[in-house]
Design a protein around this ligand. Structure first.
Ligand code: ATP
Length: 339
């Protein structure tokens, strides 16, 4: 089921949290809403869920206007970071809960069969009779997902569902969630402030700042072609260097970067560590190595330009470099914005 938001607005008293947001999630698509704290992600999700009503604009599911439909009639499943399981119910009882209170009446047998099916889907068969405090945080979020899926929602809304878990568990759950989402083909909107999570998981990423969409596209689009300094910095792992633009070129130490669309004046040059190349001599920006960090598949080199600006670059693991070495940086690719 397709979700569509058209010029949705939401204020809390005099504070406008969402400023005319329009977006579409195609049937079966997984879209991540990504943005810093306070950018309006949760508010947008809560309006789609029906936990909050929009002040203006429309929200539709398929061809139906859902803007003012009550939450229980929307056919949405949601998992929130703090939307805890019922502590006095077992895993099975938690999963069955939505079916028991639903308007659609099901026999005991039908509920038990569905619980079995969901336990197997989320790979928790052995834990049916445990209570939430007897399972791990990652397992709890899997139960929360099974509970959300129990009533066959048309749309799945996830708000930082893995936010409280450690990095390794988060990564596993990401892969696991993606597999389930694809298997069920369920239209999914996923809120996160973690750029790596959004880029790994989503078909499309919608980036918010101050209650507005600032860019949307595939993970490749937004990482390769960020449309602003904000998006570039927010996506992270990039160097920011100061340069000077003149006649479609940026001058930076001994290097020039072509930037045909930029006006003359101060410029900010963003370069990912993987897009910088180190050469012992020749052309480029002169730099001195300050530290070398060994990582599983490359070496991260921290260096300093002659003007004192720090830069980071990735080199092949066998590259011989040590603190104090001097050389030149070549810029393979950069994103340039007026400073
Ligand atoms: P986070 O990543 O921190 O959860 P978010 O992007 O989800 O942030 P929202 O929770 O949607 O942001 O909040 C957007 C803005 O609206 C924030 O400035 C917040 O303080 C404000 N806000 C949200 N809910 C309410 C409310 N019930 N009453 C007043 N202000 C609110």
């Amino acid at each position: 089921m397709k979700i569509r938001l058209d010029q949705v607005v939401k204020s809390f008293d005099t504070f406008r949290a969402v400023h005319g947001v329009s977006l579409e999630v195609a049937s079966g698509e997984l879209v991540a809403l990504l943005g810093p704290s306070g950018s309006g992600k949760t508010t947008i999700l809560r309006m789609i869920a029906g936990l909050e009503y929009a002040d203006g604009g429309t929200i539709s599911f398929g061809n139906q206007d859902a803007t003012t439909i009550p939450v229980r009639e929307r056919g949405v499943g949601f998992v929130f970071q703090h939307y805890a399981l019922f502590p006095h119910m077992t895993v099975s009882e938690n999963i069955a809960f939505g079916m028991k209170v639903s308007k659609v009446k099901r026999s005991k047998k039908a509920i038990a069969d569905r619980v079995e099916e969901l336990l197997s889907l989320v790979q928790l068969e052995g834990l049916a009779d445990r209570f939430p405090n007897q399972i791990s945080g990652g397992q709890r979020q899997r139960v929360a997902l099974a509970r959300a899926l129990a009533v066959d929602p048309k749309v799945l809304l996830l708000d930082e569902p893995f936010g409280a878990l450690d990095a390794a568990v988060r990564r596993d759950l990401r892969i696991w969630l993606r597999a389930i989402q694809e298997k069920l083909g369920i239209t999914t909107l996923f809120v996160t402030h973690d750029q790596e999570e959004a880029l790994d998981l989503a078909d499309r990423v919608v980036i918010l700042n101050g209650g507005k969409i600032v860019q949307e596209g595939t993970p490749e689009d937004v990482t390769r072609r960020p449309n602003s300094a904000f998006v570039t910095r927010f996506l992270g792992d990039t160097n920011r260097l100061q340069g000077h633009a003149r006649g479609g070129q940026i001058f930076l130490g001994g290097a020039n970067v072509a930037a045909p669309d930029i006006r003359d004046g101060q410029a900010e040059i963003y370069v990912r560590p993987a897009d910088l190349e180190w050469t012992g001599e020749g052309e480029g920006v002169h730099a001195t190595v300050t530290r070398v960090i060994d990582r599983p598949d490359n070496r991260r080199v921290l260096a300093r330009l002659d003007n004192g600006e720090p830069v980071e670059l990735d080199v092949a693991p066998e590259t011989r470099l040590a603190r104090g070495d001097q050389g030149y940086l070549k810029i393979r690719r950069a994103n340039v914005f007026a400073g």
